[in-house]
Design a protein around this ligand. Structure first.
Ligand code: C2E
Ligand code: SIN
Ligand code: SIN
Ligand code: FE
Ligand code: FE
Length: 665
């Protein structure tokens, strides 16, 4: 065993004795003898020592001073004092100053073992000190990391790409000169999507396409769920080169719960750039990063779903509020382009008259070529969608340009991806929804499901709108598009209800006069007129056997008869331009005291026009013949109206009616 001893001693004889004694114990000794503080400093700075043996007092130096020099050097070496005599007081002083042992000169038998023991103790002390230093450093690293990542994960919600960029940049602060990528697994395509990449060679790195099942260290780390730390990539069979200068690579899987959602990949141009410490630090960091990524991903997904739900709701509203086909389709296309994030979309409608799919409306096209679209089912891709009634997807139009029958129409559009969605409702083909994009489309299940929902909604919208157009065209049944139609219709009503002949026309005239006297604004007069004309339109739903009964109604018959205002509401409410005219048809049998029908409204809850109409309606009814009774005399009728004031009728309305209206007749 070799021992290197620094001997602080003035007497050459004593020095010789000490060294000889140690050698006698079987040690191979190298030593240097010094006598002053200066010499000691120099020796400690220039050479490595295993122990110091020091005479208690020298002419210009002593053990206490030597201990101070040793302390100053920050070295932890065994320090053994040898002395001719030493008082107990001096011994205590020396031990307090840091001496490890002392021996009396001449009694050197203990010297060898004492040195070895002290060397072992010093070794243990140094080991413990180093461990402490490492622990301190690790704590410092962790602290730095936590500080760096704090902003990252507590700073509110950001979008996924920004979060990924921040994560990658935080990693790069640790490893300058490296490239760092963050990759996430796409569970549907099993691709590893590089969400963020930074570093001096990020351009080169970002070119490679990786798959979960494919080669490469990243895929391997994700599949295995454990860290891969390679000192020299060129010796690795699993390595797929993507950056010429790469030498070492560290791949940390990003884990959430038991799942690996992706990986952080750091590549360095240095060999063995990543130490065990780095690995440990990065693993902790990656756990936090994975959690933040997952949270952001879930948040974005939720927002997307909410937006898509809202989009469906918008279309739903458009369908129920408008029978204008163009308006509805326009809403649909707005939502398609916005929510699916595509460049253009069009709707082709199937026209049974011609048996062809014809262009109806488009969004996002640069040219007007698409407008000339006219295809037989079976012709081209849209034709295939129609004939086979299934979604057709073309990832790259250029590959199949020959089969793309409308390629001339789409010149100058530079479309790459195409989707055709059949519009089917009640088993009938209504048309095709087409989607065009000028680069390849990244789709997932969620996207496709939403596309499917949009297809359903669009088909319903088209169906509703077409139905209404058909009705409008056939003019009579529900063709309420023009006032002429309304009048014709109410006249037909009167014809059905034979004995009330002229009732509708008379009450309408009287109501309009009354409304003007009551100060109803001119802008509302049109609606009042339509309302009066249509006031008993609900009787369309009452069978002849009840409506034309020449006798009192039974209870059951009354129940049916009393439904006529509700029928009117059901028929008219969906027609936008008749909605403001609903007050009279819906509310003309409500009574001031709340005993009327259909809703039992009372007082001013009943719209004013309905309150004044009720008086006119009853006046005209009782002064006319009915199948079940003769008409009343004028006086009887006047008495009745007056008597019903405050019961059936609004007293104020009755007052004005009696003063200003009834005399005109
Ligand atoms: P309508 O003939 O146009 O009558 C409108 C409203 O005028 C009636 O609403 C009622 O408030 C009043 N009215 C009409 N005739 C009389 C009457 O003889 N005596 C009194 N006190 N008030 C009268 P109401 O009662 O809600 O009836 C709604 C509709 O039901 C009537 O419209 C009519 O088409 C039908 N209806 C009412 N009573 C009978 C009945 O006894 N036999 C048959 N077949 N139909 C009836
Ligand atoms: C890459 O970083 O794109 C591939 C390197 C590898 O994991 O082999
Ligand atoms: C309606 O509620 O829309 C009908 C008119 C009314 O009673 O206010
Ligand atoms: Fe009525
Ligand atoms: Fe009436």
């Amino acid at each position: 065993m070799h021992i290197r001893i620094l001997l602080v001693e003035d007497s050459p004889d004593d020095a010789d004795l000490v060294i000889r004694e140690i050698r006698r114990n079987g040690y191979n000794v190298f030593f240097e003898q010094i006598q002053s503080a200066g010499e000691m400093k120099k020796a400690l700075a220039e050479k490595e020592w295993d122990a110091i043996i020091c005479d208690y007092s020298l002419p210009q130096f002593d053990a206490i001073q030597a201990l101070a020099v040793l302390h100053e050097s920050r070295l932890d070496l065994p320090f053994i004092i040898v002395s001719g005599t030493i008082s107990e007081e001096n011994a205590v002083t020396a031990l307090k100053a840091g001496a490890h042992d002392f021996l009396i000169k001449g009694k050197y038998a203990r010297l060898g073992p004492a040195i070895v023991r002290e060397m072992r103790d010093a070794e243990i002390r140094r080991g413990r000190k180093q461990a402490e230093a490492e622990l301190k450093q690790r704590n410092a690293e962790l602290e730095r990391l936590y500080r760096a990542s704090e902003g990252l994960f507590s700073g509110g919600l950001v979008d996924l790409p920004s979060l990924a960029r921040t994560i990658v940049n935080t990693v790069l602060q640790e490893f300058q000169q490296s490239n760092c990528s963050l990759l996430l697994v796409n569970n549907e395509t099993r691709e590893l999507e590089r969400i963020a990449v930074e570093g001096p060679y990020s351009e080169e790195v970002s070119k490679s396409n990786l798959s979960l099942d494919g080669p490469g260290l990243i895929a391997k780390a994700i599949r295995g769920g454990s860290v891969i730390n390679i000192a020299e990539v060129s010796t690795e069979v699993d390595y797929v080169p993507n950056w010429e200068d790469a030498h070492s690579e560290l791949v940390i899987p990003l884990k959430v719960g038991g799942d690996v959602i992706g990986a952080l990949d750091v590549q360095s141009p240095e060999q063995g750039a990543f130490h065990e410490d780095d690995e440990r630090l990065m693993t902790i960091f990656a756990d936090r990063a994975a959690m933040a990524l997952e949270r952001t991903r879930l948040y974005e997904q939720t927002i997307r779903q909410l937006e898509r739900l809202a989009a469906l709701r918008v279309i739903d509203l458009a369908i129920s509020n408008s029978f204008d086909l163009r308006l509805t389709l326009s809403t649909v296309l707005d939502q398609v382009v916005e929510q699916l994030r595509v460049n253009a979309a069009s709707i082709l409608l199937f026209k049974p008259e011609t048996g062809r799919l014809e262009f109806a409306l488009g969004r996002g096209f640069r040219t007007r070529g698409i407008e000339a679209s006219s295809l037989r089912p079976g012709e081209g891709y849209a034709g295939a969608v129609a004939l086979e009634r299934r979604i057709v997807q073309i990832p790259n139009i250029i590959d199949v340009i020959e089969q793309f029958t409308r390629r001339q129409l789409l010149e100058g559009e530079n479309f790459i991806s195409y989707f055709g969605v059949p519009l089917i409702t009640k088993g009938e083909l209504k048309g095709v929804l087409e989607i065009f994009h000028r680069s390849s489309l990244k789709t997932d299940m969620e996207w496709l499901n939403f596309l499917d929902s949009l297809g359903w909604q669009t088909a319903i919208a088209v169906d509703n709108a077409m139905l209404f157009e058909k009705i409008q065209r056939s003019n009579f049944e529900l063709g309420l598009a023009y006032d002429a139609t309304i009048e014709g219709w109410s006249h037909a009503m009167d014809l059905r209800d034979k004995e009330t002949e002229g009732h509708t026309r008379r009450v309408t005239e009287m109501t309009l006069k009354f409304a003007r006297v009551m100060g109803v604004p001119e802008s509302e007069i049109t609606h009042v007129r339509r309302g009066a004309l249509l006031h008993d339109i609900g009787k369309m739903g009452v069978p002849d056997s009840i409506l034309l009964k020449p006798d009192k109604l039974t209870d059951e018959e009354w129940q049916v008869m009393r439904r006529h205002p509700q029928y009117a509401y059901d028929m008219l409410a969906s027609i936008t331009y008749l909605r403001p005219a609903l007050d009279i048809p819906y509310c003309h049998h409500e009574k001031w005291d709340g005993t009327g029908y259909p809703r039992g409204l009372a007082g001013t809850q009943i719209p004013l026009t309905a309150r004044l109409f009720a008086v006119v309606d009853v006046w005209d009814a009782i002064t006319s013949d009915r199948p079940y009774r003769k008409k009343w005399s004028r006086q009887q009728a006047l008495d009745y109206i007056r008597e019903q004031s405050g019961k059936h009728f609004d007293p104020e309305v009755v007052g004005i009616f009696l003063r200003e209206i009834v005399d005109w007749h």
